[in-house]
Ligand binder design. Structure first.
Ligand code: GLA
Length: 354
């Protein structure tokens, strides 16, 4: 990984233990998780590593990515201390005493790209505390604690997908997760296909505000339909009675959930078509795309060897994901890098070409 100062250089000793967690990419099922719907993410090769030792009288945390060392006690958390300190405090509210620690974080998960760098950090932090303190937490519990840290301390009212994906995902497999029951299973990627992830490089500037607004719209739509969540809509025709934009928002959620259920057993061609439909729905009904993402997705969809492509994650910037013919991802990625785009200068995340 890319840190310049090792644990030994920082703290004068070896770490007692280390743990890591991957970033994730969502293949289909965006903005369904806070509506009790289903999602289908997988993990990416990029990971966040946390090394730890018990020491001192305050928490000291170094980020190799940011090149910054911060220290805090149980008082107010700032900077990336909100993620790490949030995990510590969430464990403490569960009755786990977390002694002062020295921690070093290193990560090659791109930040702000919609690949869950924060969930990777939270899951890796709880994993390292799990080992250090001998807690023996199950992977689902680690995800739930990481999610609590994100919501309560990092201040993002996100769904459970990211932390579950980073904690329970397996390389090369899709995690089908029902966010209402937390039932899940690992599923093979469609035969003859592989993934390509392209970063638009557009920062997700509006993601926080607009994300919360979409959540609120979904809650209003569900209330008007007399259901506890949009997952509970049994007849898609019902949403057409809602006023705009609630109608469009609910239409996306209900149709996206159906697309996830269809995608689990789809072959590569059908899966790709579902991804294309998902992008159109996120763009037209959910209004979370931006022109640069649309341009990139259209370019990917037009490339030979591409089954389908869509924006991934919350939207407003970040990455696109494409399902492509096995063995073709590098060549397709190269062709995308060679093109000129008016709205962005893309970078390739998986397979890594940068
Ligand atoms: C973000 C959130 C997730 C999910 C996605 C959209 O990544 O953290 O919980 O809502 O957006 O699918």
């Amino acid at each position: 990984m890319n840190g310049e100062r090792t644990f030994e250089e920082l703290f004068g000793k070896h770490p007692t233990c280390a743990a890591s967690a991957p970033g994730r990419v969502n293949l289909i099922g965006d903005h369904t998780d806070y509506n009790q719907g289903c999602v289908l993410p997988t993990v990416i090769p990029q990971r966040t590593l946390v090394e730890a030792a018990i020491a001192g009288d305050r928490y000291q945390v170094y980020s190799a990515t940011l090149g910054r060392l911060i220290s805090f006690d149980s008082g107010e958390l700032t900077d990336f201390g909100r993620y790490v300190g949030g995990c510590i405090q969430v464990l403490e509210t569960r009755g786990v005493g977390v002694p002062p620690l020295q921690l070093r974080i290193d990560s090659n998960v791109p930040v702000g790209a919609g690949l869950s760098s924060s969930a990777a950090l939270e899951v890796a932090t709880i994993r390292v505390l799990d080992v250090l303190l001998g807690l023996d937490l199950p992977a689902e519990e680690i995800a739930l604690l990481a999610h609590k840290a994100e919501v309560e301390y990092a201040g993002v009212a996100c769904g459970i997908m990211d932390q579950m994906a980073c904690s329970l995902g397996r390389s090369g497999l899709m995690l089908f997760l029902d966010t209402m029951t937390l039932e899940r299973r690992l599923v093979a990627l469609p035969a003859g296909a592989e993934l390509l992830i392209v970063n638009s490089g557009i920062p997700r500037a509006l993601a926080g505000t607009e994300y919360n607004q979409r959540r609120a719209e979904c809650e209003r739509a569900a209330a008007m339909l007399g259901v506890t969540s949009l997952r509970m809509v049994s007849d898609p025709a019902d949403v057409e009675r809602l006023p705009s934009p609630l109608k469009e928002r609910a239409r996306h959620v209900v149709s996206e959930n159906a697309r996830v259920l269809a995608a689990v057993n789809a072959d590569a061609g059908a899966f790709g078509a579902l991804m294309n439909a998902s992008h159109a729905s996120l763009r037209d009904d959910y209004s979370v795309s931006v022109p640069a993402l649309d341009e990139l997705v259209t370019a990917l969809q037009g490339e030979p060897g591409v089954f389908g492509a869509r924006l991934t994650g919350a939207g407003f910037g970040g990455c696109c994901v494409a399902l492509v013919e096995a063995g073709e991802a590098t060549a397709i990625a190269q062709r995308i890098l060679d093109r000129a785009f008016s709205g962005c200068t893309p970078g390739v995340i998986v397979p890594s070409l940068n």
